[in-house]
Write a protein that binds this ligand. Structure first.
Ligand code: KIV
Length: 287
């Protein structure tokens, strides 16, 4: 089906069917109304309101600082722009790790903000239990394994995960528990292609890779990376499809030049009084 005629809302069933039929799932992050609208109109399957917004929108040095309040604002903006895409909202750091009750409450708030699913990182027994309770409450959950940015400090930096057979097996073991608990998809970040392929082939839920090679069921990238807007860090796996940094800088330079030279605003960018009102103003005594 072409992007132009795709109007049906994508659901978790669509994603599962894609895996069954061997059709790739497309996912991009977005954080605002317009970007979500354009991605949706372009035919993207799923939009992730990633907590990467902490870095690329808010300028923090990691995702740790993002709050529930911020996630709710960005999620509802994206949901207003995305008509048919499946919107997944990231659960920020410490919004789901403290207690199951708090995790459920916070996930519910992101669903109320318009998201179709939430995403959370990790696969230990506590997280598996959280996923299970969310699933039983009616909240679809996308799991996230491999490199998990909220674990940045315990992982010792931005490091590839699953680099040995044992490590790949460990990720698969956690993924299977998450799948059993009810996760509807799995983001696999920064794992070798061979490990991602092995994990993907041994799960029934779709895998969506970022820096995980060619054999995952779908791909996700951060919008500011594909658009060439974020320049603080450029991951090896992020393909740049545009150069918005240059476009934005050049637009600002042209504007500054037009304002300082008087070329902006031009006649067609100005409001005028009627001739009658203008002449009254001309003869006004308070001159
Ligand atoms: O926050 C985010 O953008 C993510 C992607 C890297 C998958 O979690």
């Amino acid at each position: 089906m072409s992007a132009e005629v795709k109007t049906k809302k994508i659901t978790i069933n669509t994603l599962l069917k894609r895996k069954k039929d061997g059709q790739k799932i497309t996912m991009l992050t977005a954080y605002d109304f317009s970007t979500a609208k354009y991605f949706d109109e372009a035919g993207i399957d799923t939009i992730l309101v990633g907590d990467s917004l902490g870095m690329v929108v808010l300028g923090y040095d990691s995702t740790h600082h993002v709050t529930m309040e911020e996630m709710k604002i960005f999620t509802s903006a994206v949901c207003r722009g995305a008509k048919s895409s499946f919107v997944v909202a990231d659960m920020p750091f410490l919004s789901y790790q403290v207690s199951v009750e708090e995790a459920l409450k916070n996930a519910g708030e992101l669903i109320k903000a318009g998201a179709s699913a939430v995403k959370l990182e990790g696969g230990d027994d506590f997280i598996v239990n959280v996923v299970s309770r969310m699933h039983d409450t009616g909240i679809p959950v996308v799991a996230h394994l491999g490199f998990t940015p909220q674990y940045l400090h315990v992982l010792g930096g931005y490091r590839i995960q699953g680099k040995s057979m044992e490590a790949a097996e460990f990720i698969l073991e956690q993924a299977k528990k998450l799948e059993k608990a009810g996760a509807c998809a799995l983001v696999l970040e920064m794992v070798p292609e061979e490990a991602a392929k092995y994990i993907t082939e041994n799960l029934t839920i779709p895998t969506i890779g970022i820096g995980a090679g060619r054999y995952t069921d779908g791909q996700v990238l951060v919008c500011d990376d594909i658009l060439g807007k974020y320049s603080e860090m450029t991951p090896k796996f992020a393909r740049k499809y545009s150069d918005l940094k240059t476009e934005i800088t050049n637009a600002a330079k042209s504007y500054i030049s037009d304002v300082t030279s008087g070329a902006f605003p031009a006649e067609n960018e100005i409001f005028h009084l009627s001739e009658e009102e203008a002449s009254k103003l001309e003869s006004c005594c308070c001159k």
